[in-house]
Write a protein that binds this ligand. Structure first.
Ligand code: ZN
Length: 251
């Protein structure tokens, strides 16, 4: 394959690259592999990665993604799987992360570098926000601390995990100067609250039971009710279906 050859073989997937090709460390990547590398944050610099390295990372990511059965998501910020008991956090700037619920040590809402609320500070009320849809009250409680400032430059959720290599995961909700009375800010606050509430719910459960011990009796009625109410709020269940399931659980 000469310098002016249009056709090269992708060093990652082996497909012919065609005219659109991207130089990598040991050859070329096809547009699909290049895009995957960038979008999935698999490698920091595709130009400095070999196709083989990327292939291994892609396969690992795809098999994790296949296993992950999403049961809830908040925008494109975070997905939850109550089946594999983990969250998936896409991240454009660094590697996408899969984090077991039980590996989440802490999480907090950070506005302009200042912690607004932590996991411990959320209390039962915020977790209840998921249950009863009390968005307004909690958004006020979460974001009303710094009334004196009229604009905000950044809103992030920081998740601390027990992964020693890379313990911190950020979810960026806002990253440009925004007026606090704007719709954009209010939406970020609402999104933040939903993420925090869900994190609170999933990290408040006890995952210490060994898989073989998880039987009907181990799943508490309250947990099941929370799940049901979430499904209702998301429009997955109708009120009628919800009532029926609720009655079943309580009897
Ligand atoms: Zn390829």
């Amino acid at each position: 394959m000469g310098l002016f050859s249009l056709k090269e073989t992708c060093s990652c997937c082996g497909k012919t690259t065609g005219f659109n090709k991207f130089k990598c460390k040991n050859g070329y990547l096809c547009p699909d592999c290049f895009k995957a590398a960038r979008l999935k944050g698999l490698v920091i610099n595709p130009f400095n990665t070999t196709g083989e390295e990327l292939k291994i990372k892609l396969e690992k990511f795809n098999s994790k993604m296949d296993n992950f059965k999403e049961t809830a998501k908040v925008g494109n910020y975070i997905s939850f799987s109550d089946i594999t008991n983990e969250v998936y956090v896409p991240n454009m700037k660094s590697e996408h992360r899969f984090i077991k619920y039980s590996d989440i040590l802490d999480f907090e809402l950070i506005e302009d570098g200042e912690t607004i609320v932590t996991k411990g500070g959320l209390g039962r009320a915020v977790a209840g926000g998921v249950l009863f849809g009390g968005v307004g009250a909690i958004v006020g409680g979460v974001t009303g601390k710094k009334k004196s400032k009229h604009t905000v430059k950044s809103v992030k959720i920081k998740i601390t995990t027990n992964d020693i290599k890379d313990p911190i995961v950020f979810i960026t909700l806002l990253q440009k100067e925004t007026k606090k009375d704007s719709l954009i800010y209010k939406n970020s606050a609402k999104t933040a609250q939903e993420i925090l509430s869900r994190l609170k719910v999933v990290t408040s459960k006890d995952y210490s039971t060994k898989p073989e011990e998880v039987g009907q009796a181990k799943i508490s009625v309250a947990d099941e009710l929370i799940k049901l109410k979430t499904l209702l709020d998301e429009g997955i269940l109708t009120q009628e279906e919800f009532n029926k399931q609720k009655e079943k659980l309580l009897n």
